[in-house]
Write a protein that binds this ligand. Structure first.
Ligand code: GLU
Length: 443
């Protein structure tokens, strides 16, 4: 049995039925197994198996009252995967599909992503199976407060610093933070993504989407190319998708799509900067931002379709895990796609990723391409710790530098026989940092 097969057998037995978690582990393990096997200390300290196990999983019940004064019950989690290189750090997701497997995969990925930023932040993820769709603001607030009553036992500025993720934005972070502050009588950086008036950082809202485009620019520059005039297909209509679209347009690309769970809005002439800015500013007023956008500017709606059947140079999946499968990958390649950069976490299935790799399509995994968000969260933590605030331009400049450094790390660890494999580079660079910290800290 090969070392990889042995590990694969063990993790499958440890995590039965947790498909997303197993998918995330396999993806990294395949790339790092040789690095592990070649290092006596890594083997002696059993670092690979240990990195595949979350340090702690907290599972709790959230009980709250809806607007009809009826009792509602949800499940909440915080997966504290690794505190090796800093306080646990990662977002909270509120979505009916949330379960332990999904949060475990997200926390695991987050460790490698956070390691790649070079900052002292460990990896975690949390959330609840709560569906905020159709809920009043008062209901969302009461849910956030009930969720925090449980979560507050386990977090703190030097322990675990949650942030947003799908359906957890500035509004929810505000409610969560208000409850935390109320309970602890403490103004601290315990959450990131806070409002600017109470310790939030400039550029945090924009960071994931902007960072994705900065990464694309770095990848192109490495090949002596420019973003100007390229056609970008974006999926999703949330914070990441909108800010990726905005920065792409600002840097001279043509963004031809956005999407949601009901379908895809195609805009062949390319959205204009003011269209996306309007969508970002008006989002809270609209149940469906894409319908509102189409009412305003036109475009073609493709019911129940993703953007992956459209012709584009660059695919930017910014919606959710496993949103782009093998059939989509084939369609994209038939239409001449050259670059795939993940704005979401693990949006490409294993088979899709494999297709891109086999066909020499440049593929940059989420743990590197979307690391801009958590990196600016790291800067928010240090601004809070120092009771100071940097300007928008300073943080935007830092974001560009961080994305460039992550890019260069991937080139360093992912180049073999003159060929760059960004996914392998990201996995090896993140793994080395975590494994070295694990060896240094003993058993
Ligand atoms: N949820 C984001 C991510 O997937 C941000 C996490 C954070 O800022 O802590 O990286």
């Amino acid at each position: 049995m090969s070392a990889y097969d042995k590990l694969e057998d063990w993790i499958s037995k440890q995590n039965p039925g947790q498909d997303e978690y197993l998918q995330a582990i396999r993806e990294i393990a395949r790339d790092v197994i040789d690095v592990y096997e070649a290092n006596e200390s890594y083997k002696k300290y059993d670092v690979l198996r240990r990195l595949c196990m979350p340090e702690r999983i907290i599972h709790f019940t959230v009980t709250w009252l809806n607007d009809n004064q009826e009792v509602e019950i949800n499940q909440g989690w915080r997966v504290q995967h690794s505190g090796l290189i800093g306080p646990y750090k990662g977002g909270l997701r509120f979505h009916p599909t949330v379960n332990e497997s999904i949060l475990k995969f997200l926390a695991f990925e987050q460790c490698f992503k956070n390691a790649l930023t070079g900052m002292p932040i460990g990896g975690a993820k949390g959330g609840a199976d709560f569906d905020p769709r159709g809920r009043s603001e008062a209901e969302v607030m009461r849910f956030c407060q009930a969720f925090m009553i449980e979560l507050q036992h386990h977090i703190g500025p030097n322990t675990d610093v949650p942030a947003g993720d799908i359906n957890v934005g500035a509004r929810e972070i505000g409610f969560l933070y208000g409850e935390y502050r109320g309970i602890h009588n403490l103004f601290s950086g315990t959450l990131t993504g806070k409002g600017l008036s109470f310790g939030g950082s400039h550029v945090r809202t924009e960071a994931t989407g902007f960072g994705l485009i900065y990464m694309l620019r770095a990848v192109l520059a490495h090949q002596g190319k420019k973003i100007n005039g390229l056609v970008l297909g974006v999926s999703g209509a949330g914070n990441v998708a909108m800010h990726a679209a905005l920065k792409g347009i600002q840097l001279g690309a043509k963004v031809i799509s956005l999407s949601n769970s009901r379908g895809c809005l195609e805009y062949p002439e390319g959205f204009r900067e003011q269209d996306i800015e309007w969508a970002i500013d008006n989002k809270p007023d609209h149940k469906n931002v894409l319908t509102a956008l189409q009412d305003k500017i036109g475009g073609t709606w493709h019911d129940n379709k993703t953007p992956w059947h459209l012709k584009m140079d660059v695919a930017l999946p910014c919606a959710t895990q496993n949103e782009l499968d093998e059939t989509d990958a084939k369609a994209l390649m038939q239409n001449g796609v050259n670059y795939v950069l993940e704005g979401a976490n693990m949006p490409c299935t294993d088979e899709a990723r494999q297709r891109f790799e086999d066909n020499q399509i440049v593929y940059v995994p989420g743990k590197a391409a979307n690391a801009g968000g958590v990196a600016i969260s790291g800067l928010e933590m240090s601004q809070n710790a120092g009771f100071q605030r940097d300007s928008f331009d300073q943080i935007d400049e830092s974001l560009q530098q961080i994305m460039q450094t992550i890019h260069d790390q991937m080139i360093e660890d992912g180049t073999k026989d003159g060929k760059v494999n960004y996914a392998r580079g990201a996995n090896i660079a993140g793994f080395r940092r975590l494994a070295d910290a694990m060896v240094a800290q003993g058993i």
